[in-house]
Design a protein around this ligand. Structure first.
Ligand code: AMP
Length: 170
């Protein structure tokens, strides 16, 4: 299955100069949706995930489907102020300004092997922040399973030294 051909590219969204890789067209296509989830599930299985971690919001599309296939649990990493119990918080740099992500302090069994799932790695800042949270909350980071990688932005170099598995590269 050629997943890349099902992803739509929208120039100048959400602002001038950004070529937005729109996965809604992949999600609409039953074979592509199946292929994306099957491929990401395979990667998470290779990484021997005990738990799948999804980053808000597009990590929530794939994460629970993968967790369900593997018979493991799902942990959400969310934007600030959304999680109701005690959280760990990480601030990270964006092109302009900063952003914040949170995870529940009791989300993981100590030492559980966690795989972080998201739709796309660009600069790697979001995934790196998620990795910090996973470690802070007492899990072991086994790797990343991400649908799309924008290779020229070098996001991998921002990440800890664990496997980064992707299905589509631009
Ligand atoms: P980054 O922290 O730079 O790796 O950005 C990652 C997040 O931003 C991903 O979760 C994507 O949803 C979103 N993103 C960044 N660049 C793009 C792009 N060109 N097309 C679609 N989504 C993007």
């Amino acid at each position: 299955m050629d997943l890349q051909s099902t992803i739509r590219s929208i120039p100048d969204f959400p602002k001038p100069g950004i070529l937005f890789r729109d996965i809604t067209t992949l999600l609409q296509n039953p074979a592509a949706l199946h292929g994306a989830i099957a491929g990401m599930t395979y990667h998470c299985q290779i990484l021997e995930a005990d738990v799948i971690v999804g980053i808000e919001s597009r990590g929530f599309i794939f994460g629970p489907a993968i967790a369900q296939q593997l018979g493991v649990g799902f942990v959400p990493i969310r934007k600030p102020g959304k999680l109701p119990a005690a959280t760990y918080t990480v601030d990270y740099a964006l092109e302009y300004g900063t952003d914040t992500l949170e995870v529940h302090q009791d989300a993981f069994e100590a030492g559980a092997k966690a795989v972080i799932v998201d739709d796309l790695i660009a600069t790697g800042g979001t995934a790196a922040a998620a990795a910090q949270l996973v470690t802070k909350a007492g899990a072991t980071l086994a790797g990343f399973s991400v649908l799309i990688e924008l290779v020229d932005l070098g996001g991998r170099s921002q990440l800890p030294n664990v496997p980064v598995k992707t299905l589509v590269s631009y």
